[in-house]
Design a binder for this molecule. Structure first.
Ligand SMILES: Cc1cc2nc3c(=O)[nH]c(=O)nc-3n(C[C@H](O)[C@H](O)[C@H](O)COP(=O)(O)OP(=O)(O)OC[C@H]3O[C@@H](n4cnc5c(N)ncnc54)[C@H](O)[C@@H]3O)c2cc1C
Length: 488
């Protein structure tokens, strides 16, 4: 029986386990090491806030790319489509609560384990992995409480690290009562007095989540949301106006890339990709269509286009174009968009493009003094607030220094940072690239930490598709190690 240890039980770990259990032709012994009480929720789908919704329609969410409608069927059978009366959005699509997606993923993993045709075993070890190492016959995974686990292969699914508070805020400010460093901490958000003046640092989807929460709590004082460019997530496409039927998800992702991207040739610059996209969008607009089609063609092909960008072009993209890409890529659930826009109209919420020059906490008054430089005018202004909430988005460097498991693997030289330094280096089959530049056959990294290699491995459909793509190589490796073990 091949032993697979998965580190991390968020969406990625759960999707990997489900796809392995469903596709394997031989008996597997799968362990997910995850400190949270349940598997499938992770950082994104643990939220109990009823206004925290999926950022794309139900139809775009699944756990196994070979069953794209599974989540929709689950929503119908559990009655969520009717009990969640706000799920149907103004654009004609369903946007259910994120926690419900977590419940679906969790339930499907239990089903896959119970109904495994190969009578494979699955267990959740509630623990934190701290290390892994290779000896002559197998791989050993160390955990904080349970000790030691033997494995034939290890899949790293440690996901997104918590965001860091950017300078000029200092790390010591994180513990201060005026600063909420972790935007998913609903208890801290719930404790913010309604009459506190709030500064939200960041204007992306997390900021919209947080503002929606504050508004539902009856917030009455001003909320200012700031980012350097002031870019906000775009609204999603209207399902009602969509007439053209789009190919199925896997066909879009794995089919040939769009001709306008194909024409870029090898090693394009970030600017060339942007120009080609703009030209293609212009063509669509002249035909009376919108930007979504060309943009989505790029998004679906990013995993193929990104690796061909030279390293300095990747860094240029991350420095200059990423905020723009993210604003178009991660679209707001219409429900949150409406909540926040209403609050803007009433004057409660204000979005601003500005740089934070300095931030000082006045202990005697429990306020934060912030000096801002407005992007459009370069004028410096002073802002006094009672609470700062960090919504700067995820730590793209995948938090390897904070995670004991990744830290140990880095020290051993089993893993390394990718050439754009935003995540961990992997080859096309998601095998970890070691410090010596060679792929490590038994260690795979899946999901968000591979963003530097594949460009856009953040959204759940893309993660599930990527797992689907590397599954044959995992099975092949397990078969080979079994054969080598038998020979030995
Ligand atoms: C707030 C938020 C909302 C999002 N909304 C959407 C959405 O609506 N739709 C969408 O498609 N995508 C969304 N995403 C993108 C998200 O990245 C993916 O959908 C997906 O959830 C990533 O899952 P993951 O398991 O890789 O990461 P995570 O959810 O971060 O889970 C990783 C898990 O690994 C565990 N772990 C970490 N280190 C260790 C260790 N050493 N030992 C044991 N366990 C460990 C953690 O406890 C955690 O549970 C959202 C992301 C965030 C942060």
């Amino acid at each position: 029986m091949s032993r697979i240890v998965i580190i991390g039980g968020g969406f990625t770990g759960a999707s990997a386990a489900i796809q392995l259990l469903r596709r394997s032709r031989s008996q597997l012994d799968i362990t997910i090491v995850e400190p949270k009480p349940d598997i499938g929720f992770g950082l994104a789908y643990s939220t109990d806030d009823p206004d925290h919704r999926l950022n794309a329609p139900t139809s775009d969410h699944f756990v196994d790319p070979l069953d794209l409608d599974e989540f929709q069927r689950w929503c119908s059978s559990t009655g969520i489509m009717t009990s969640d009366t706000n799920a149907l959005a103004s654009n004609g699509a369903m946007y259910v609560r994120r926690k419900d997606f977590g419940r679906f993923v969790s339930g499907k993993l239990q089903d896959a384990a119970v109904h495994s045709k190969t009578r494979s075993l699955f267990r959740h070890m509630r623990d934190v992995a701290t290390d892994a190492s290779e000896n002559l016959t197998s791989i050993g995974v160390r955990t904080k409480s349970h000790g030691f686990l033997e494995a034939d292969t290890v899949l790293v699914a440690t996901g997104n690290a918590q965001p860091r508070l950017p300078p000029p805020f200092t790390s010591s400010m994180l513990d201060h009562r005026c600063v909420v460093g972790i935007p998913t901490d609903l208890q801290r958000l719930g404790g913010i007095p309604k009459n506190s003046r709030v500064l939200v640092v960041g204007t992306g989807l997390t900021a919209l989540d947080v503002i929606s929460t504050l508004i539902r709590q009856g917030h009455t004082a001003s909320i200012v949301a700031i980012s350097r460019r002031g870019l906000r997530p775009r609204s999603p496409r209207s399902m009602i106006s969509q007439t053209k039927s789009t190919p199925s998800f896997l066909d879009r992702i794995e089919g040939p890339i769009s001709p306008f991207l194909e024409a870029l040739g090898p090693n394009p610059s970030a600017r060339a990709v942007l120009q080609a996209l703009r030209f293609r969008i212009d063509q669509e607009l002249k035909l009376g269509r919108d930007w979504y089609g060309p943009f989505d063609e790029l998004r679906d092909a990013v995993w193929q286009v990104w690796p061909s960008l030279p390293p300095q072009e990747k860094r240029r993209f991350l420095r200059q174009l990423r905020p723009w890409y993210d604003a178009h890529r991660f679209r707001t659930p219409p429900q949150n968009d409406a909540i926040v826009r209403r609050a803007e109209q009433s004057g409660l919420v204000k979005f601003q493009a500005a740089r934070i020059e300095s931030a000082d906490i006045d202990e005697s008054e429990a306020t934060v003094h912030v000096q801002l430089r407005e992007r459009s005018t370069a004028v410096s202004t002073h802002l006094e607030v009672d609470v700062v909430i960090n919504c700067t988005g995820l730590d793209v460097a995948s938090g390897s220094s904070d995670n004991p498991f990744l830290r140990s693997l880095l020290k051993r030289g089993y893993i390394s940072h990718d050439d754009s330094k935003v995540g961990l280096a992997v080859d096309q089959q998601c095998r970890a690239i070691q410090k010596n530049g060679r792929s490590l056959r038994w260690l795979r990294i899946l999901g968000p930490p591979t963003v530097g290699t594949f460009g856009d491995s953040i959204g759940s459909p893309f993660i599930a598709a990527h797992i689907h793509r590397v599954l044959p190589s995992i099975f092949e490796f397990l078969q080979q190690s079994e054969f080598e073990g038998a020979k030995a």
